[in-house]
Ligand binder design. Structure first.
Ligand SMILES: [Zn+2]
Ligand SMILES: [Zn+2]
Length: 335
């Protein structure tokens, strides 16, 4: 089969590779679409995403497709021909965290497209427990967004949300946009966005942002009940905490450099009684994500900006392109 292989850091090759034999509990999925995300950029450059990738490996963890084959011991109700999306994260089930109902913190975590071959190929092998059937109303293109949406769902679940609350989303990229649209559709009193790119203001307004501002260019004194940081650099992380009002909740969602340190006013945490939370990947959130995509609470068609081919991926990951991508998705199957 055709596969885009990360052969070493910053190097990818489109290769003809033999299909991996299916393990008993796995199903083979013919890939229709696979999303590219920030994690793939980190992995391409040799930095850890949710885990470290060891080349040679096929990336791609935001996958939709059709079941092509079932392993011998598969017990699920899924059948060959079913339209599906996948949860890339595979926890062990036997470590302390798994036993405490926190599979996202599993010490033996494997991930499709990170530690084992992923969706930037014609076929991908997936444990049956990680496959989710999608409704007919959901397109394959939309379904490839289920994994990032599931991470957003899990992030939201870390927060106490009330209709009278105000929210600030820090970051105007795809993750910021998904949070914005989701919160706006949940009827929050207001959802403001801080971002730098003036070209994204129109999209952000269209998907429900109340106000969009650039904190590097304009004074903005307002404080918020909920602040969601979706960039992951020190300036925005520090700013996010400063934007929280007394009793505020800050979700640190952006993936930062593992060596980065931030400065926080310690008295603020006490005096404002701040809650600062992290959210790692997507436990128990895939079904929510599929539903949210199907009812357009998050409208994937509206948010995906580029549809590309496998051949284009190395340039996109290396940043060798002169157009601005908010969300690119790879089309695999030409049928
Ligand atoms: Zn991703
Ligand atoms: Zn575990």
């Amino acid at each position: 089969m055709k596969a885009l292989v990360l052969t070493e850091n910053k190097r990818m090759e489109l290769q003809e590779v033999s299909e991996e034999p299916l393990a008993d509990n796995e199903m083979k999925v013919k890939v229709k679409y696979v999303g590219i995300c920030g994690t793939d950029k980190h992995l391409f450059h040799g930095q850890p995403g949710s885990a470290q990738a060891n080349p040679p490996i096929v990336l791609g963890h935001e996958i939709s497709g059709v079941i092509a084959e079932a392993g011998k011991g598969v017990k699920s109700q899924l059948k060959v021909g079913d339209r599906v999306t996948i949860d890339p994260n595979i926890s062990c089930g036997y470590c302390d965290y798994c036993h405490e109902n926190k599979p996202q913190l599993c010490v033996n975590m494997q991930a499709i497209g990170v530690t084992r071959d992923g969706g930037m190929a014609e076929y991908v092998n997936v444990p049956e427990t990680n496959i989710y059937k999608i409704p007919d109303s959901l397109s394959f293109k939309e379904a490839a967004m289920a994994e990032p949406v599931s991470c957003v769902v899990y992030g939201i679940r870390q927060l106490t949300i009330k209709p009278q609350y105000t929210a600030l989303v820090v970051g105007d990229g795809i993750i910021g946009q998904m949070f914005t649209q989701y919160l706006a559709n949940r009827g929050l009193k207001k959802v403001d966005v801080s971002g730098r790119n003036p070209k994204k203001v129109e999209t952000l307004k269209k998907i429900g942002a109340t106000k969009v501002f650039n904190p590097e260019k304009e004074e903005h004194d307002e404080k918020y009940d909920i602040v969601i940081e979706c960039v992951g650099v020190t300036a925005t992380l520090e700013r996010a905490i400063n934007f929280a009002r007394r009793g505020g909740q800050v979700l640190m969602f952006g993936v930062s450099n593992p060596d980065d340190l931030i400065q926080v006013n310690a008295y603020d945490i006490f005096f404002k009684e701040l809650t600062i939370k992290g959210a790692f990947v997507n436990p128990y959130s895939m079904r929510d994500a599929i539903h949210i995509l199907a009812d357009k609470t998050v409208d994937a068609e509206q948010l995906i900006t580029h549809e590309i081919n496998l051949e284009d991926v190395p340039d996109v990951l290396a940043g060798n392109i002169n157009y601005k991508i908010t969300k690119a998705i790879i089309k695999l199957d030409d049928e």
